[in-house]
Design a protein around this ligand. Structure first.
Ligand code: SF4
Length: 264
């Protein structure tokens, strides 16, 4: 059994005047403010067994990123990148971390084969791009707040900017969910802050070879800014109530120690 520990940050104290907020941090607060406090203020060490779906997701994402950072755009090159990532992520201390690791490898191969066909059809293999683009920007609406994150892929096929976020799990997003997805809105806000109007944003569900496109407008930005402003204000006033629900508590890394947990 492997334990993962975050640094305990002995002398840590939250700087409420200079907050950093990613999409996952924002979403964490929306799901349950107490979870946000445990994670970002108290920095409670997260001790968990490795999560199979997370390891699978990071392996597929890692293979795509490795592929785009190389120069060979063939299917073989993509499968080679997968092999490298699989060995690095599924084998620790000389042995596999899950008994059924080979099933994951076959499934990842299948997903990446379909992804390669799709990228070829869409002209993404040879266009300019950025991969795992790390970003941060300071929206003028929030004083002292830095919004940060990573964009899986930013392509410029025929000069048109296209943001793509990959999802490797079993969730099927509807068009409505993609249209309202806050993660894509934050990415498009960042692009806008750099003077780039992103005409296409997409969630690519690699398991289903399904890619749903959407657009982002001023209304999306204004709506998200209002909700983020409220979250920032509540964090600064140290408002961290527990809002337990089966959905949030089930995946919460603190569900064993939290007195409000619905999933001990
Ligand atoms: S276990 Fe549930 S109530 Fe407790 S912090 Fe996590 S999400 Fe919130």
């Amino acid at each position: 059994m492997i334990d993962y520990f975050e640094d305990p940050y002995d002398n840590w104290s939250m700087d409420y005047d200079n907050l950093r907020l990613s999409y996952s941090g924002f979403n964490c607060y929306v799901q349950c403010p107490l979870q946000w406090r445990f994670k970002y203020v108290d920095r409670v060490p997260q001790t968990r067994e490795p999560d199979k779906s997370l390891v699978f997701g990071s392996t597929v994402h890692g293979a795509i990123n490795r592929f785009y950072n190389g120069t060979d755009r063939s299917m073989d090159a993509l499968q080679y990148c997968l092999d490298v990532e699989y060995k690095e992520r599924y084998f620790v201390a000389g042995g596999p971390i899950f008994p059924s690791h080979e099933e994951d490898l076959y499934e990842a191969r299948r997903q990446l084969r379909l992804l390669h066909y799709r990228h070829e059809r869409e002209g993404l293999l040879d266009c300019p791009f950025r991969s795992e683009l790390k970003f941060e920007f300071k929206p003028r609406e929030f004083k002292g707040v830095t919004v940060n994150g990573f964009i899986d892929n930013l392509f410029f096929a025929k000069g048109v900017p296209q943001i793509v976020d990959y999802k490797t799990g079993s969730t099927r997003y509807s068009q409505k969910e993609v249209d309202e997805n806050d993660q894509l809105t934050i990415y498009a806000m960042f692009a806008k802050s750099k003077g780039m109007d992103v005409e296409k944003c997409a969630i690519h569900m690699t398991k289903f070879d399904s890619k749903i496109f959407t657009k982002r407008t001023t209304e999306h930005f204004q709506d998200l800014i209002l909700r983020m402003e409220e979250v920032v204000e509540r964090i600064r006033s140290q408002d961290f109530p527990a809002t337990p629900s089966f959905k949030s508590c089930r995946f919460c890394p603190f569900n064993k120690m939290c007195p409000e947990s619905m999933c001990k």
